[in-house]
Design a protein around this ligand. Structure first.
Ligand code: PLP
Length: 361
């Protein structure tokens, strides 16, 4: 068996130890005589899995007690609608920062449900940095303030959170969840699709402060109502059982093999630094994101020549470094280096890039 270094933006690499555990438990989960894929979600054995996943997530992310954890479906994109339907219920206003494609989609979707304002944008700079915020643009009576914490396509990260005062801060953390410790108490709501850093696709995690849920906009589908999902422990209907089980295994890996999120961050910073240091010193490759906004999960770069970019992506794939092509909307290259990418993968990639530069510089 040979495995590639997979730099896919999502779905993406899962830790090898997790895949092995899942494989070992595939035919007979803990003596139940069944695969987790085949179990009733109402069974005792599955109940322990979903409860275990939630309590581990609470522990690993240090989620305060006054927050609900919801295991939903529909991806982060469904939350673009669910967030306004559940939170834009007082003044029917919300402020959004446009820092990339996903935050723009979130803004456009929310605009269907109320008075939504784009208070800052870095679009003119092709989203190469987190936009500066003019306080005067922000509305103190907004029901919430929305950001996308890590911009997967452009490779930028909010290193300092905006101060929104009493307005609840809402963040899409799809591509940075579990990558570093985060102070949940600073947020009203966090949401993430699982397929970047948590589990296979199918699971969407919502972490929401209790006092923010209860009311919804008229016409909100029951499946989108946070309070219904919370009251039913994410089991109003069949949850994404397998993905939740994988999420539990990934959390166990972070806790037992890595040593928690502070250690996870150390690994991730080290990996990103290796790559950025090389890019900063390279004569062929140029990093795209502004230094103060650099993501530690998605590293974007170009050569400045589309043919050379294509040659690089092709030769890299042949050498076992796959999915380095940038997002179809921006071109260039992107190395997504989520939790499961080992340091060794980056070291080998940098060595390959160095050789490529020598041959093509
Ligand atoms: C991948 C991604 C999304 C889209 O997620 P889906 O689960 O496919 O809907 C949204 N936001 C961010 C930041 C992402 O990285």
């Amino acid at each position: 068996m040979s495995r590639v270094y997979n730099f896919s933006a999502g779905p993406s690499m899962l830790p090898e130890a997790v895949l092995q555990k899942a494989a070992a438990e595939m035919m007979d989960y803990e003596g139940s005589g069944q695969s987790v894929m085949e179990m009733s979600h109402r069974s005792k054995v599955y109940d322990a899995i979903i409860k275990g996943a939630e309590s581990l997530l609470r522990e690993v992310m240090a989620i305060p007690e006054n927050y609900k954890v919801l295991f939903l479906q529909g991806g982060a994109s469904s939350q673009f609608a669910a967030v306004p339907m559940n939170l834009m219920t007082k003044n029917h206003k919300a402020d959004y920062v446009l820092s990339g494609q996903f935050s723009t989609k979130a803004y456009q979707e929310a605009s269907r449900y109320g008075d939504v304002k784009a208070v800052a944008s870095s679009k003119e700079d092709t989203f190469s940095h987190i936009p500066e915020i003019d306080k005067n643009e922000c509305r103190p009576d907004a029901d919430y303030f929305h950001i996308c914490m890590n911009n997967t396509i452009y490779g930028t990260l909010w290193h300092t959170l905006p101060n929104t005062g009493d307005v609840p801060l809402v963040a899409d953390i799809s591509s940075c969840i579990l990558s570093q410790p985060i102070d949940v108490s600073k947020f009203g709501l966090l949401y993430a699709g699982a397929q970047k850093n948590v589990a296979p696709a199918g699971l969407t995690i919502v972490i929401v402060r209790e006092d923010l849920i209860g009311e919804t906009l008229p016409g909100t589908p029951t499946m989108f109502m946070y309070d219904v999902m919370a009251k039913n422990d994410s089991m109003y209907n069949t949850p994404p059982c397998w993905s939740i089980y994988m999420c539990k295994l990934v959390l166990e890996w972070i806790q037992n093999n890595i040593g928690g999120l502070a250690k996870m961050e150390e690994h991730n910073v080290k990996k990103a630094q290796l790559l950025y240091d090389f890019l900063d010193s390279s004569k062929l490759f140029k990093p795209c994101a502004r230094k103060d906004s650099r993501s530690i999960m998605n590293v974007t770069f170009v050569t400045g020549d589309a043919d050379m970019d294509a040659k690089f992506v092709k030769e890299a794939a042949a050498a076992g470094f796959v999915n380095l092509k940038g997002h179809r909307s921006v071109g260039g290259m992107r190395a997504s280096i989520y939790n499961a990418m080992p340091v060794e993968g980056i070291e080998k990639l940098v060595a390959f890039m160095r050789d490529f530069e020598k041959a093509n510089g």
